[in-house]
Write a protein that binds this ligand. Structure first.
Ligand code: SF4
Ligand code: SF4
Length: 137
């Protein structure tokens, strides 16, 4: 659930990620939104593991990165619908970008509001934001 500080942010900046303190709770409701319309960037090691198991055809090259492939309707090549819920068929080697979604973690306050985004982890200051497009918040 989003708190008032996040709603103010909507008004000013549209769907910009909001600091984690603006989110009261989160649960994945398997709506599948995050597996539609987004390009999933792969780290090199993730790309190697995936093509070894599934072949080159499940990924797409970019200028300097590799992405997960998509079906004709724009959904991730590994997503499928069962009844009313969407499931990931890549659970055993799900890319980090998918594991973290809808959270985004940086070593600097990339989207501002550092006081609300800061999260102290061991001896480090991390800055954590949440993508408000996720309907589970
Ligand atoms: S958009 Fe949010 S609620 Fe929907 S499947 Fe993705 S993480 Fe879950
Ligand atoms: S790898 Fe799984 S979680 Fe990531 S976009 Fe594809 S189906 Fe969704």
């Amino acid at each position: 659930m989003l708190l008032v500080c996040a709603l103010i942010r909507y008004g000013e900046y549209g769907m910009m990620p909001v600091p984690w303190r603006c989110v009261e709770s989160w649960i994945c409701v398997a709506c599948g939104l995050c597996c539609h319309g987004y390009k999933v960037v792969l780290r090199f090691s993730e790309w190697v593991h995936i093509i070894r198991k599934y072949g080159m055809g499940v990924t797409q090259p970019g200028l300097s990165k590799f992405f997960l492939g998509k079906k004709g309707d724009g959904t991730c090549i590994f997503t499928s619908k069962v009844l009313n819920a969407w499931f990931c068929g890549l659970q055993s080697m799900k890319p980090r970008a998918c594991k973290l979604w809808p959270f985004k973690i940086f070593s600097r306050p990339k989207f501002g509001r550092s006081n609300e985004a800061i999260y102290k982890y061991q001896d480090k200051d991390l800055f954590v934001y949440v993508d408000p497009a996720c309907i589970g918040i």
